[in-house]
Structure formats: structure tokens, C-alpha cells
Design a protein around this ligand. Structure first.
Ligand SMILES: [Zn+2]
Ligand SMILES: [Zn+2]
Length: 257
């Protein structure tokens, strides 16, 4: 069995806890160390119980809490070799394990397989977490669905999936043209519609949970993102549980079996 609790997710900060077989992992530390500690406490955990911190990429909304977090606790960090160069400044005493896309690592009871996504960062990764035959796909900060991704994720029981923006809200957001192009481009973020199309491409009878994540506070709302995905699930008659991760409050444990 795997469990996931999203401490926070949006363009303003991201951090997630994943547990399985007595092993606890953190994915990204893009909120304050104080909030991470508080969120872990609500999960019944402490930083000392985290066996590994996995990073998706170097943007501040995914890493900013690391420096303060690493001052008090010894951390085992898993990321690309390039990203480790960046993170060492904030966490010089952490232990680093370099990841290669497609090469799984085993951390306690959880097997983690990184894969490439398409984002304007150095080595951005998505992940598949696996424990006791249960799999969770983790896809965020990608401007498009990279070839091979639907096949890689086609057997997962749960999917954490970016549903970043509503195209109309993005166009009317008053943001600079370049920023709008960056967000909606191939190296930016997934729109609600792209997230829906992706689910259509990889859905299978065993997919139980979909967690919509990285929802933009300015160019989307949880209601719009949820409505779009629910419509897709209704269209394909697939009864998955739909969850929306938020910036302000923790998404309580979801159990995946
Ligand atoms: Zn982000
Ligand atoms: Zn990013």
C-alpha cells in the first residue's frame, strides 16, 4: 500500500509526503521549513523519519524550504547531478544520490523511477513510486506530455497530475505576453484540457485516484479544474476518486491499495 498527503501545491509552493511499507519520502520542499515541519506533524511524522527527499526541478516553488530544513536535520536528497550542484549551496551537508531518468532507486520499501518531463528547468523529473505492487505516478511542471509517458504511467493506481491553467483565464490575466507564452508553451505547464487528454490516454480500470495539482491561483480555480476532469471521467465512464491539492491547506492522507 502507498499513502500520499499533499502539504501544499500551487504555483506558489509544492511539497508532498509519500509513505509505503514504513518508508516515508518527501517530494519537493517548495514551502517554508516551518510549514513542512507543521505538515509532517499533521501526518504524524517528523523530518527525521523522512528517508529521502526527491526533487522534481530547481524552481523556487519546489525547493525554497530546503536551506532552513537542512540546518536542523540530516537529509538524504535524490535528484539529478545538475540539480545537486544547485542544492548544495542550500544544503551542503546533505547526502546526495544522483538520479538518471529510467533508472529506478530503492529507498526502504519504496521503488522510485524518475522520468523526463518537458519544463524550462535543467533536468526536470516526474516519478513513479511503487510499493507492494501499488504504483503512484507523479507528473507536474511539464508543458506537454512527453512521448512514452502514457505507457509508463498506464498501470498506476493513483496519479498526481498538474492541471495548471485555464487558457481563457491565462489569456485574460493581464500578464506579459512572454509569460503567457512561457506558461502555455511546450516547456511550461499543463492546462486543464491537457491534463484531461493525458488521463484519457493512460486511463485503465485500476486507476483509483487522481490528484489535481499545481493549480494556478491567478489563472485557474480548483472548481474549474475539477469540473473539467470530472467531465472527462464521466465521458469515459471511469469512476476514479478526484482530489484537488491546494496551497493553503494540506490534503489529508489518501490511501492507495
Ligand atoms: Zn512549479
Ligand atoms: Zn517549474
Amino acid at each position: 500500500m502507498l499513502q500520499i498527503s499533499v502539504l501544499a501545491s500551487s504555483s506558489r509552493g509544492n511539497a508532498t509526503v509519500i509513505s509505503g511499507g514504513g518508508t516515508h519520502l518527501l517530494v519537493d520542499t517548495g514551502i517554508s521549513a516551518l510549514r513542512i515541519r507543521k505538515g509532517l506533524k499533521e501526518c504524524g511524522l517528523t523530518v527525521a523519519q523522512i528517508s529521502g527527499v526527491f526533487y522534481t526541478h530547481e524552481h523556487q516553488d519546489h525547493v525554497c524550504g530546503l536551506g532552513v530544513l537542512a540546518r536542523k536535520d540530516a537529509l538524504n536528497i535524490y535528484c539529478s547531478r545538475y540539480l545537486a550542484r544547485d542544492l548544495r549551496g542550500a544544503a551542503p551537508h546533505a547526502l546526495y544520490t544522483y538520479l538518471e531518468p529510467g533508472s529506478p532507486v530503492q529507498v526502504g520499501a519504496i521503488k522510485v523511477t524518475p522520468f523526463c518531463v518537458s519544463h524550462d528547468a535543467a533536468d526536470p523529473f516526474g516519478y513513479v513510486f511503487e510499493c507492494g505492487g501499488v504504483r503512484l505516478g507523479y507528473v507536474t511542471d511539464t508543458g506537454r506530455i512527453v512521448r512514452g509517458m502514457p505507457e509508463l504511467l498506464s498501470g498506476v493506481q493513483a496519479l498526481y497530475l498538474e492541471s495548471n491553467y485555464d487558457p481563457e483565464m491565462l489569456q485574460n490575466s493581464g500578464r506579459p505576453y512572454e509569460l503567457i507564452n512561457r506558461i502555455s508553451g511546450n516547456w511550461g505547464h499543463l492546462s486543464n484540457q491537457q491534463a484531461c487528454d493525458f488521463v484519457r490516454s493512460m486511463v485503465h480500470p485500476g486507476l483509483q485516484h487522481i490528484i489535481l495539482a499545481h493549480i494556478s491561483p491567478e489563472c485557474n480555480t480548483p472548481e474549474i479544474a475539477r469540473r473539467a476532469m470530472q467531465q472527462t471521467l464521466d465521458d469515459i465512464s471511469h469512476p476514479a476518486c478526484l482530489h484537488c491539492a491546494a496551497m493553503a491547506e494540506r490534503l489529508p492522507w489518501i490511501e492507495i491499495s
